[in-house]
Design a protein around this ligand. Structure first.
Ligand SMILES: Cc1cc2nc3c(=O)[nH]c(=O)nc-3n(C[C@H](O)[C@H](O)[C@H](O)COP(=O)(O)O)c2cc1C
Length: 448
């Protein structure tokens, strides 16, 4: 199972997909529906006003669905992602269903690209993963980049200075005026997760996804540009990043749910496309739980790695939804020594420099359940002993209350673990019932 459709069929069979049959517009209406069902079911829009193809959204909208798609248990998520990054498996190259329709002269208006929020400057592709390679072919890269539709043939691409940026620099130095890219939309969640994970420069993230998909991911050569894309994607746009042409990108509603600033960013010219006969356009609502989970997962992996150097048993790491998957994190671990929690807090801040508030809780607290975390704060945290305040430190550009000009703010850590030596009031007794009664109650809870 390596494509989006197979995974959606699995979700359909479990009743996790809701079909919206009434016609809705790609301009605001589908975004509003995605917002209403954020973190709940996957939505399939079978009838999109003015378009023949359908739209699907919210696929990676819950942690459980991501784990399910990757076929891993919560405890195995981080080791599995680290292993896949260290051991990429080269994808086979060949043809596939994305080549059912090859479009020689597409226009961006042909595709149901969503306009999400009031104030957006136009339709935004938010679920596109961009493949590019260096002019000498030695370095390949795949990463998420939002693209603002400027007109029928041009988009503005947001490129944070990382690997794609380095490849554009290499292309400039080689004297080129454009760089071929593929933009894949509608792929298996493992391909999306891999594209969000930072790897060493030169790792082709498709091969990381291929490890996660047990060697089943096939790539295909694009017909109009020198680029590869998943052979079983729903839709692939073929483009050229114009290395000497910029356009205004933004304002874009980012992770925080507030509008990001406008920037001058490179233009991508659309030169071709390919898609399945009955392709689905995959939507990803900005600031949704899907956006936050995919952004928060890479820091979770790094925090897990760093914290494991400090304490042996980590139950879980949660870049929380309320902290927009970026500013807040909870780590649950088995505490052996009184000094451990503050070391864990320091490891968390070191692993993810954008982190603003960090919580550590004991292993009996589920870090993914914020009501439990709050309970731990209420019963195990003392403001005079368990607070760690680090003033005048670099903070995230997504933290509006900090000094953005100097990038200075305050980081705060909360040790909500049980103090060793203090007895009483920390354990929560279970209700003793037989296995038979437990199974009966579980069957009832599944029915609701
Ligand atoms: C949903 C989503 C949207 C993203 N949008 C962008 C973007 O517009 N521009 C960008 O440079 N990075 C964006 N990122 C982050 C990159 O995909 C991420 O940092 C990736 O690891 C970079 O790959 P690289 O290490 O190969 O450079 C986004 C990530 C996610 C999950």
């Amino acid at each position: 199972m390596t494509d989006l459709r197979d995974y959606l069929r699995r979700l359909e069979s479990r009743g996790e997909v809701l079909h919206v049959e009434e016609p809705l517009s790609a301009r605001y209406e589908i975004a509003a529906a995605l917002k209403m069902f954020d973190g709940k079911q996957v939505l399939m829009f079978d009838d999109v006003k003015d378009y023949e193809s359908g739209v699907v959204g919210g696929v990676c909208g819950t942690r459980e669905r991501i784990l399910d798609a990757l076929n891993v248990s919560p405890e195995n998520l981080y080791p599995r992602l680290l292993d896949a990054g260290k051991n990429p498996v080269q994808c086979e190259i060949g043809d596939g269903p994305v080549k059912e329709v090859i479009v020689d002269n597409p226009g961006l208006g042909d595709f149901p690209i969503l306009t999400h929020f009031q104030g957006d400057p136009g339709p935004y592709i938010t679920s596109g993963i961009v493949y590019a390679k260096s002019p000498d072919g030695s370095v390949e890269n795949v990463s998420f980049h939002r693209l603002l539709v400027l007109d029928e043939k041009r988009m503005a691409i947001r490129i944070v200075p990382r690997h794609l940026y380095r490849i554009t620099q290499m292309a400039r130095e080689a004297g080129l005026d454009s760089l071929d890219v593929s933009i894949s939309i509608g792929v298996h969640p493992a391909v999306y997760v891999s594209s969000a994970l930072p790897q060493s420069f030169g790792t082709r993230e498709f091969d990381v996804a291929n490890n996660l998909l047990d060697g089943g991911l096939k790539l295909t050569e694009c017909p109009h540009v020198d680029a590869l894309a998943p052979a079983d994607a729903e839709l692939v746009l073929e483009g050229r990043i114009k290395l000497n042409e910029n356009a205004t990108e933004g304002p874009f509603v980012d992770l925080s749910g507030t509008a990001d600033v406008q920037r001058q960013q490179p233009v991508v010219e659309l030169v071709g496309a390919m898609h399945r006969e009955d392709y689905m356009y995959e939507a990803l609502l900005p600031a949704s739980s899907e956006h936050r989970l995919l952004m928060g997962m890479p820091p979770e992996v790094r925090i897990w790695e760093y914290v494991r150097n400090v304490v042996p048993t980590v139950r879980g790491v949660n870049m929380t939804m309320g902290g927009m998957g970026w500013l807040h994190c909870v780590v649950s671990f088995e505490k052996f020594r009184e000094g451990d929690p503050k070391n864990v807090l320091m490891a968390m801040f070191a692993a993810h420099p954008s982190l603003k508030h960090a919580w550590v809780v004991d292993a009996d607290i589920d870090p993914y359940n914020m009501e439990e975390v709050e309970w731990a704060m209420a019963t195990r945290f003392r403001g005079d002993k368990d607070l760690m305040v680090i003033p005048n430190v670099r903070v995230s550009s997504l933290d509006p209350v900090s000094d953005q000009e100097k990038e200075l703010g305050c980081k705060t850590g909360f040790d909500a673990t049980k103090p060793i030596g203090l007895e009483g009031g920390f354990e929560r007794p279970d209700i003793p019932i037989s296995d038979e009664v437990r199974k009966l109650l579980e069957a009832y809870s599944r029915r609701t």
